[in-house]
Design a protein around this ligand. Sequence first.
Ligand SMILES: NC(=O)c1ccc[n+]([C@@H]2O[C@H](COP(=O)([O-])OP(=O)(O)OC[C@H]3O[C@@H](n4cnc5c(N)ncnc54)[C@H](OP(=O)(O)O)[C@@H]3O)[C@@H](O)[C@H]2O)c1
Length: 304
Amino acid sequence: MPKILDGAAIADAIKQEVAEEVRTLVAHGIRPGLAAVLVGNVAASEIYVRSKVQACAELGLYSDLITPPDTVTTEDMLDLIAALNARDDIDGILVQLPLPPQVDAKSLLDAIAPSKDVDGFHPISAGRLLAGRPALAPCTPAGVIEILKRSNLPIASQHAVVVGRSDIVGKPVAMLLLNNNATVTICHSKTRNLAELTRQADILVAAIGRPGFITPEMVKPGSTLIDVGINRLNTREEFDRFFAGNEKREAAFAKRGSVIVGDIHPKAFELSGAYTPVPGGVGLLTIAMLMANTVSAAKLRRGL
Ligand SMILES: NC(=O)c1ccc[n+]([C@@H]2O[C@H](COP(=O)([O-])OP(=O)(O)OC[C@H]3O[C@@H](n4cnc5c(N)ncnc54)[C@H](OP(=O)(O)O)[C@@H]3O)[C@@H](O)[C@H]2O)c1
């Protein structure tokens, strides 16, 4: 039977450690602080940001929720970032994406002080990661490494195949795996003979954004499958493609009218040695790692 890598339990353990560290810092007069910038009224973004602010409250971090209207200009946003960069009570700055089309997201992310870049998207953070220096790594990729390490799954000398090369998941997760001494292959939409490569993976990371893209024929039996994908299935036809006959999922679909599936086909998990379920796997680590990054940023900025 494959081992299910329980994202909730791992995220809880990380959050407890972060809360403990926050208590120690507060005892020394330092309360790590996160500024969360939420522009406009995108429903999904509101939910994400609310969860992040709530996590700060639970773990004892200070948070400041800033909500510019969706008519905001790039200039206004740059002024806001400059003010947050200068504030001593703010250790981490998070600008929730997506931003309205009139705002130049790249220039905003580049304007965040690298020392406060808790999302790890700044080119300087990416460069530090590449150079193997202490870095604020993007949260979801950092969560993948925590899952592997805390589940005592070896990384060093393993062949890790990452499918996806985005700046926020694929590239940084590949770099973190390399920094942990895996042999890493990065695949993307132009990769030839993809299945031949994925079948060689001891650790297969899927960050593609296509429901159930990695099928059973594409995985090596006994390997570790890390599924970063989050795809919503809204129709009965899509649902049946993955979950026909699955009573638990059927109940969820009847209740909500949709279910989530990852980038790895559920049938492929059955062949694995260990896997992260969707939901309940990698997705739950992202906020925990954001909290951990904010505490790291608070310490690094003060030379602790
Ligand atoms: N908190 C979380 O758990 C979390 C966080 C972030 C993202 N996600 C999820 O992770 C998934 C990936 O996100 P992302 O932001 O990295 O997506 P993205 O920016 O759209 O990147 C997708 C990557 O997949 C590659 N790809 C697409 N079709 C392919 C194919 N047929 N064969 C091989 N590679 C293919 C693309 O290749 P090219 O570069 O060649 O186009 C690209 O590099 C999404 O489902 C997203 O929702 C989850």
